[in-house]
Design a protein around this ligand. Structure first.
Ligand SMILES: Cc1cc2nc3c(=O)[nH]c(=O)nc-3n(C[C@H](O)[C@H](O)[C@H](O)COP(=O)(O)OP(=O)(O)OC[C@H]3O[C@@H](n4cnc5c(N)ncnc54)[C@H](O)[C@@H]3O)c2cc1C
Length: 348
């Protein structure tokens, strides 16, 4: 048996464990007890971003204690909601409207302050625009390297992530004392806030100056399910030929299925659909129960964003299109005839 002060670094812990000559199994269990993860969560206008809770699922897989972190104005109610997630020990919240937009220039020093204070071994955030913008800065400020977009965890220092648009899977091991990681939401299902009772604590606020000013945002508004988390997605590609046809065929099909709408990059670049709807390597990652696409060839960059979908269905006039290689079901034919026909049958 050995006892370790809470602030002992992981390196010292490792040395201590080696001295104890423990078996691999008991070492793993001992590590897990000593890990402490900060899950950085997102809010928008005082509403918790549920998909950001995927960071908590990943932290649970790591083991050890988990602390949630939120910052912004009127943040206490968000922190209270986070506290209901099972498995969280604590939620740190920082009440300050300067953090509302998640600008990395002042959010990064805010996190650094709280990470140092809490002596966390791991810092996890979603691989979202927020996480991708923020985490490299935080890691750099703490002289560490970020590990991006992980889809699995092998151990406290070894992580799995896809590279080359998902065509190769990399196993990354890091010796950094604090690990900074962004997690792929589709690989770690976000938990629901239910009956958890984590304690709330005010975090430190260094009030770092922010040289960047938030001027405005122009968001696409939609009553449809959120593309990243929808259980059904219908997606259109270049085969739809024009924005008029895209708007004529895809929304009724989406309505019939209660689905979110997605698009290929070719469709987005051609102006058929909004940029926020792009699925793929440089768009969103989705893993719905059903991904139904029409007029999409199935380029690897598109597949990178949707191939983890449970059921993939496609409509394409070219039976040799690569999308058929990943599809569970497919219709070979003209989408201008098949999509309205399918929509009509679904509505019946
Ligand atoms: C660095 C990089 C990043 C990229 N990131 C992404 C990304 O995030 N997402 C993405 O989607 N792409 C991405 N791309 C682009 C990608 O390589 C493809 O160009 C793109 O996915 C093609 O879109 P598409 O399938 O709609 O168009 P196309 O490849 O042109 O396919 C159109 C399909 O429609 C079918 N079709 C045509 N008419 C009909 C009809 N009447 N009925 C039925 N079928 C019909 C055709 O048979 C064809 O298979 C990226 C590329 C690069 C280089």
């Amino acid at each position: 048996m050995f006892s370790i002060a809470p602030r002992t670094t992981l390196r010292q812990v490792r040395a201590c464990l080696q001295q104890c000559r423990t078996t691999p199994m008991s070492r793993t269990a001992a590590y897990a007890r000593l890990l402490s993860t900060l899950a950085v969560l997102e809010q928008r206008e005082g509403k918790l971003n549920m998909s950001s809770l995927a960071a908590i699922t990943a932290a649970q897989k790591l083991g050890g204690s988990i602390t949630g972190f939120v910052a912004g104005s009127n943040i206490k109610s968000v922190a209270e909601e986070v506290a209901k997630v099972e498995g969280l020990e604590k939620v740190l919240y920082v009440e300050n409207g300067d953090y509302d937009k998640g600008l990395p220039e002042n959010f990064a020093p805010l996190l650094v302050e709280n990470i140092k204070k809490g002596a966390f071994t791991h810092v996890l955030a979603g691989h979202s625009a927020f996480g991708k913008n923020l985490m490299p800065r935080v890691a750099a400020l703490m002289d560490s390297q970020q590990i991006s977009d992980i889809t699995d965890i092998e151990s406290e220092d070894t992580f799995i992530r896809p590279i080359y648009a998902g065509n190769a899977i990399l196993t990354v091991q890091t010796a950094d004392p604090v690990k900074f990681i962004t997690v792929r939401g589709t690989a770690f299902a976000a938990p629901e806030p239910t009956t958890g009772s984590a304690k709330l604590e005010e975090g430190a606020d260094p009030k770092a100056p922010c040289p960047t000013e938030w001027v405005s945002e122009d968001l696409a508004k939609s009553d449809r399910p959120d593309l990243s988390t929808a259980s059904r997605v219908v997606s259109g590609g270049r085969g739809l030929k024009s924005k008029e046809e895209f708007d004529k065929l895809m929304p009724p099909l989406a309505d019939a299925l209660g689905a979110a709408i997605g698009a290929s990059r070719a469709a987005v670049d051609s102006g058929f659909a909004d940029n926020s709807l792009q699925v793929g390597q440089t768009g969103k990652n989705v893993a719905p129960e059903l991904y139904l696409c029409a007029g999409i060839s199935g380029a690897i960059q598109h597949l990178a964003g949707m191939k983890d979908s449970k059921v993939i269905a496609c409509i394409n006039k070219d039976g040799d299109a690569p999308i058929f290689q990943v599809a569970d079901v497919g219709l070979i034919g003209d989408l201008f005839q098949l999509v309205p026909e399918m929509t009509e049958k679904l509505n019946k």
